[in-house]
Design a protein around this ligand. Structure first.
Ligand SMILES: NC(=O)c1ccc[n+]([C@@H]2O[C@H](COP(=O)([O-])OP(=O)(O)OC[C@H]3O[C@@H](n4cnc5c(N)ncnc54)[C@H](OP(=O)(O)O)[C@@H]3O)[C@@H](O)[C@H]2O)c1
Length: 321
């Protein structure tokens, strides 16, 4: 079955996903909505989209759209998702899913009521490299996790939307969410959280460092920033060895690991384009399987991540009001 996908927003990530959607069999990029008709038309021409709209009303009234991909800034995810669900469409919503746990919970409740698929676009979870590391850790050959180091940082221009507090800016929600999600995927929910941030003049976190403690005694040291260059690696040190998602762990192309039993090994995970296709294929499979939640990005995990982000924000004093 061909799934008609409509995109809200024409920015950086919308363009990358449009390219990916056009590469996946069974996906038809059928419509785009922008704040201006001009930008919508340009986007449609560039990515071979047959319908373009100014604003949301007519876009949402198009009953041929099956799935809406939301690619707007963080503060719009909540309302865009609710509007799309209320128009009877399934939704793939960019990360962070919303600004906080309460918004996220309401979005999921509406999707449940409407019996529609609602997925957080946490593309990292769909990569073969991430699945492989999970399998190796679950196999027990590395023993117990003792310490984890994960960082995602980029040196951004002060004009970037991430410096805008009202848009839910800052390092934590856009970047920190990745190492937190990967930690949560491998280790589950932490018991205790310590956090400290450095703030920009605009009132968002320029950098945030966190220590997550687990019942087992394991600790995860997670950091993110918008004013640093980083190796963007994710390392896990265990009682019988170690494993590392090499640059860039959000879309891994290689992993390295060492176990006492088999020594050091390296594995490559090559893919074409940027790898967004994995996410699109996964979401289409769930949509075609009449699922109301993703088999890869569980709604309960999304909610736990949003709760962790709320706790960290509360500890460091990061508010979007
Ligand atoms: N999964 C990933 O790898 C990944 C990577 C980057 C970003 N993201 C996420 O994707 C979302 C969008 O990020 P982005 O980097 O693509 O942002 P962006 O380049 O600024 O694009 C956002 C788009 O949203 C639309 N928009 C609607 N209302 C807006 C407003 N008041 N101000 C600005 N834009 C508005 C705009 O399209 P129109 O002008 O056409 O309306 C704009 O181009 C964020 O939530 C971000 O966290 C995900």
């Amino acid at each position: 079955m061909v799934v008609n996908v409509g995109i809200i927003g024409t920015g950086a990530i919308a363009k990358k996903l449009a390219k990916a959607i056009n590469c996946v069999d069974g996906a038809n990029l059928s419509a785009v909505s922008s704040r201006t008709l001009d930008r919508a038309r340009h986007f449609a021409e560039e990515f071979n989209v047959s319908l373009w709209y100014e604003g949301l009303n007519d876009f949402l009234n198009n009953t041929d759209i099956d799935l809406v991909y939301i690619a707007t800034p963080n503060n719009f995810h909540y309302q865009n998702t609710i509007d799309a669900l209320n128009s009877g469409k399934s939704v793939l919503c960019e990360k962070p899913f919303a600004l906080n746990y309460i918004e996220s919970k309401k979005m999921i409740e509406i999707a449940e009521k409407k019996n529609l698929l609602l997925v957080e676009a946490m593309w990292t979870k769909y990569f073969p490299g991430i699945k492989r590391v999970k399998n190796i850790l679950d196999s027990g050959i590395l023993g117990d996790i003792v310490t984890v180091h994960g960082d995602l940082s980029y040196l951004l221009d002060g004009k970037d939307r991430l410096f805008d507090r009202r848009m839910g800016g800052g390092a934590l929600l856009d970047l920190g969410i990745y190492p937190i999600t990967v930690m949560h995927h491998f280790m589950g929910n932490p018991e205790n959280i310590l956090a400290s941030s450095q703030f920009t003049e605009t009132g968002v976190d320029e950098s945030t460092s966190m220590i997550f403690s687990y019942k087992s005694g394991a600790k995860a040291l997670i950091s993110c920033s918008i004013n640093a260059k980083s190796t963007n690696e994710f390392s896990i040190f265990c009682s019988k060895g170690w494993i590392r998602l090499n640059d860039n762990f959000t879309r891994p192309t290689s992993i390295s690991y060492f176990s006492q039993k088999s020594g050091e090994r390296h594995e490559q995970f090559l893919y074409e384009n940027l790898g967004y296709e994995y996410q699109i294929e996964g979401v289409l499979a769930d949509f075609n399987g009449n699922k109301t939640e993703s088999s890869t990005v569980k709604q309960s995990d999304t909610l736990e991540i949003m709760k962790i982000l709320d706790i960290v924000r509360n500890k460091v004093g990061l508010s979007f009001e």
